[in-house]
Design a protein around this ligand. Structure first.
Ligand code: NAI
Length: 247
């Protein structure tokens, strides 16, 4: 089996980091299933992949709706006859200080950022074990490694992703399935565009590389972690953060 024939699922592929991961995996020769809530923006990403000679399909689903999302992953595996690479990238923030954070803000972030990954990994693992090959890549955050004031819900979800991933690595390793976390630092996307200037400056000061990351920086890491070449890499947290945490 070569990389050319592998089927990859990328969530949150309509914009930002997920979009770039999808474009990169398609360029790497994977068949990429683009997942996000609405089909319109995904079709634009698909058109870019088509124009570049790649192959992809669009799957519009709310990954926070466990039943619908599980059904979608099972359908993808069944229709394509395999599922080799799963990138759980979809994520949201609902920032607030702990004392002001509502149950809803906490639950929603856990549901979209963490439970959706659990549901997808469980459904995809069956197909991966059958094929005796799999690459699970969960996109966490350095907030999940070192915490972040104002992001208790988000940091808890991202730290949860790390525990989930390490457990999956131990459970599935014997079947040729690896599971790793890519933890971005501060990346220029819609999620970070409204950061106040002083926060941005403070972050930059703490970074060895003195620049914010790009979606391409993250996509390059995911490209390697999801490749056939990365078969001896599992249970790892790879912080792609310009030397912010050196975690
Ligand atoms: P973004 O806000 O630009 O894009 C998020 C994507 O997730 C969009 O495609 C959106 O439609 C999708 N999405 C959100 N909720 C969804 C749902 N319920 N169902 C289906 N799709 C849904 O975010 P960005 O910056 O590209 O982040 C991507 C991932 O990287 C997230 O998991 C985020 O937590 C993580 N990250 C981002 C950092 C940054 O600095 N931008 C830093 C660390 C981690």
């Amino acid at each position: 089996m070569t990389n050319e024939q592998r089927v990859a699922v990328v969530t949150g592929a309509s914009r930002g980091i997920g979009r770039e991961i999808a474009l990169r995996l398609a360029r790497d020769g994977r068949f990429v299933v683009l997942v996000s809530r609405s089909a319109g923006p995904l079709s634009e990403v698909k058109a870019l992949i088509d124009d570049a000679g790649g192959a992809s399909a669009v799957c519009a689903v709310d990954v926070g709706d466990s039943g619908a999302w599980q059904g979608a992953v099972e359908k993808i595996a069944q229709e394509r006859g395999r599922l080799d690479i799963l990138v759980n990238n979809a994520g949201i923030t609902r920032d607030n200080l702990v004392l002001r954070m509502s149950d809803e803000e906490f639950d929603e972030v856990l549901r979209v950022n963490l439970k959706s990954a659990f549901v997808a990994c469980r459904a995809a693992a069956r197909a991966m074990m059958k094929g005796r090959f799999g690459r699970i890549v969960n996109i966490a955050s350095t907030s999940g490694v070192v915490g972040n004031a104002g992001q208790a819900n988000y940091a808890a979800a991202k730290a949860g992703l790390i525990g989930l991933t390490k457990s999956l690595a131990r459970e599935l390793g014997g079947k040729g399935v690896t599971a790793n976390v890519v933890a971005p630092g501060f990346i220029e996307t819609d999620m970070t565009k409204d950061l106040p200037g002083e926060v941005r400056d403070r972050v930059l000061m703490g970074m060895a590389l003195k620049r914010l990351g790009t979606p391409q920086d993250i996509a390059a890491a995911v490209s390697y972690v999801s490749s056939d070449d990365a078969g001896f890499l599992t249970g790892q947290v790879i912080c792609v953060d310009g030397g912010l945490t050196m975690c």
